[in-house]
Design a protein around this ligand. Structure first.
Ligand code: ATP
Length: 228
């Protein structure tokens, strides 16, 4: 499902963010990406949804070589990938409902289907009662739940999350993690970059550690492995 072979990523300023990465991630896995600041975690995540392309090497997602994608094919490719960010990235003038529906409107789902799917995901993240609220009327954890709902409303095969609990307090972070666990139990692959030692050590999932652009550890029930 996610395959990288000997991937190098060098940015235009000359920084080599990834330095020969090879990895396979299968459908339904839950994977933590850990490592020091600047190690290349975000770059690894961005390669998966084709925010960046490898300089050399192969990145294949759901059988698609991302280097071969044309710009106009990228939106279609991304329909099968949900993305959750540390800073939520909700549209401030749209309600909770509209923020989620937007992801379906752009792919021209029928109004009936949109309503059904939005209500389903709002139920999953336990926010039905706040459907008409604006993002700034919600707590940080609620906003992150909206952004997760938006990421999954297309029923993607893969959800990637870059530091999704980075702006949240510990209790709220655990709520968010249980939402990700629910989504994973329904068969969706989850790839999450995090600096949270507590979360990684408690969850006992696959852990891939990146340092200086290289994979230095890949354990099936791993630990965070750093002091922070
Ligand atoms: N768009 C860019 N242009 C140039 N250099 C970049 C760009 N994005 C990242 N880098 C550099 O690539 C390296 C890896 O960055 P990346 O964001 O992937 O690390 P990270 O492990 O996610 O770090 P953090 O934990 O601090 O978020 C860093 O040296 C960074 O400065």
């Amino acid at each position: 499902m996610i395959k990288m072979e000997n991937v190098f990523k060098r940015y235009q300023n000359g920084v080599t963010a990834l330095n020969g990465v090879s990895i396979h991630i299968e459908k339904g896995e839950f994977v933590y990406i850990v490592g020091p600041s600047g190690a290349g975690k975000s770059t690894f995540i961005k390669l998966i949804y084709r925010e960046v392309k490898p300089t050399t090497g192969l990145v294949e997602i759901n059988g698609v070589n991302t280097s071969e994608l044309k710009e106009r094919e990228v939106p279609f490719f991304r329909r099968r990938i949900g993305v959750v960010f540390q800073d939520f990235k909700l549209l401030p003038k749209l309600t909770v409902y509209e923020n989620i529906a937007f992801a379906l409107e752009v792919i021209e789902e029928s109004p009936r289907n949109i309503r059904k799917r939005v209500m389903e995901v709002l139920e999953l993240v336990d926010l039905k009662s706040k459907a008409r609220f604006l993002p700034n009327e919600l707590s940080g954890g609620e906003q992150q739940r909206v952004s997760i709902a938006r990421a999954i409303v297309n029923r993607p095969d893969i959800v990637i999350a870059d530091e999704p609990t980075g702006n949240l307090d510990p209790d709220t972070s655990w709520d968010i993690m249980s939402v990700f666990e629910d989504i994973n139990e329904r068969g969706t692959t989850i790839i999450m970059a995090t600096h949270s030692k507590e979360i990684v050590n408690k969850m006992k999932k696959r852990v891939i550690a990146i340092e200086s652009g290289m994979i230095v550890r890949d354990e099936s029930r791993g630990e965070y492995g750093y002091e922070n």
